[in-house]
Design a protein around this ligand. Structure first.
Ligand code: PBG
Length: 325
């Protein structure tokens, strides 16, 4: 027996006011973190070809971006560095005078209330483009841990509010926690990219950060997109090792993963709406094939509905403008 006509779901969709009253998922500028790519120089804003509207920024310009983001109600930025020189050990990652360290100091000086998150990985700093130390074609796990820990401590010293390891080496959260505590940064939280898939959606990022691997790929450390039980294992391990917050990446291809993690743990969950997701929306919008504004808000709302507490997205400023309108 159909409950119609007693039940009419359309009653609750009749006006904007009713729809707002019964809306189950909220999206606000306060949920968003803006990624920034930082390089050397002054007054530099180099547009990234595959990410129109996103730039490689010198430290002064990155600080200006952070100010703009703050004015829009965005609580934080996450920094990625493009060093002048790369080497086999990725030493730019743990250089106290590196671009990310300098940008962190400048942003904390100009906008002290703005959260500065820093990406902890070697791939932007190694000449071979891999996330760790290599031996031939192999990416070595344990020898990489000390370097990641050094990078995290160097970033914390520069004033980073949260460090975010994205390398996917086993045991990195524990190594970083230990090093931070040893250096007096026991109050600095770790946001672990706990569930990071070996995804083709990172393509434009690798152009932006000039971090494409020179040989091989990242499948020996990043996860197989076919797996979700493994995602829960990664989350459990990272929380046991001392992660304070966990992240799932990419976002839209992983809504089910975000949901599964949400149901399993009480830790805050972030989702990374990555470069390829941004590029697809921008490209289709440029062709007039989709309504850009609505697709942006629908995408971010879906990620929140899946269970993410906050979202790292290149659309942060744009979404904040749309939400404040
Ligand atoms: C690695 C890192 C990557 C991204 C964030 N951190 C690239 C990779 O793993 O190849 C991708 C982010 C994006 O695509 O927007 N440091």
């Amino acid at each position: 027996m159909s409950p119609f006509p007693a039940e009419r779901p359309r009653r609750l969709r009749r006006t904007a006011a009713i729809r707002a009253l019964v809306r189950e998922t909220s999206l606000a500028p306060g949920d968003l973190i803006a990624p920034l790519f930082v390089r050397s120089g002054r007054g530099v804003r180099q547009e990234i070809a595959s990410m129109p509207g996103q730039f490689n920024l010198s430290v002064d310009e990155a600080a200006a971006e952070a100010e703009e983001a703050q004015a829009l109600g965005i609580p934080g930025v996450i920094l990625f560095g493009i060093p002048d020189a790369k080497d086999a050990q990725g030493s730019g990652a743990y250089d106290d005078d590196g671009v990310v360290q300098r940008a962190t100091r400048e942003i904390k000086k100009r906008t002290p209330g703005m959260l500065v998150l820093t990406d902890v990985c070697l791939c932007e700093y190694t000449d071979h483009g891999h996330c760790g130390v290599v031996d031939g074609e192999a990416i070595l796990n344990d020898p990489t841990l000390a370097l990641l820990a050094r990078a995290a401590v160097s970033q914390a010293k520069a004033g980073a509010d949260i460090v975010a390891p994205s390398d996917m080496m086993d045991g990195r959260v524990r190594a970083i926690r230990k090093a931070l505590d040893g250096a007096g940064f026991d109050d600095t939280p770790i946001l672990s990219y706990a569930v990071k898939y070996a995804s083709a959606f990172y393509g434009p990022f690798r152009e932006a950060a000039q971090s494409a691997p020179q040989f091989g790929d990242r499948r020996s450390h990043q996860m197989d997109p076919a797996n979700v039980r493994e995602a829960l294992r990664e989350v459990r391990l990272d929380l046991e090792e001392g992660a304070d917050l966990v992240m799932v990446k990419p976002a839209l291809p992983c809504l089910d993963v975000i949901r599964r993690v949400r149901e399993r743990v009480s830790a805050p969950i972030g989702a990374y709406h990555v470069s390829g997701e941004y590029a697809m929306i921008e490209a289709a919008a440029r062709n007039g094939w989709i309504d850009r504004d609505r697709v942006i808000l629908e995408s971010l709302t879906a990620i929140r509905r899946a269970g993410a507490d906050f979202i790292l997205t290149y659309h942060a400023k744009e979404a904040a403008r749309l939400l404040l309108r």
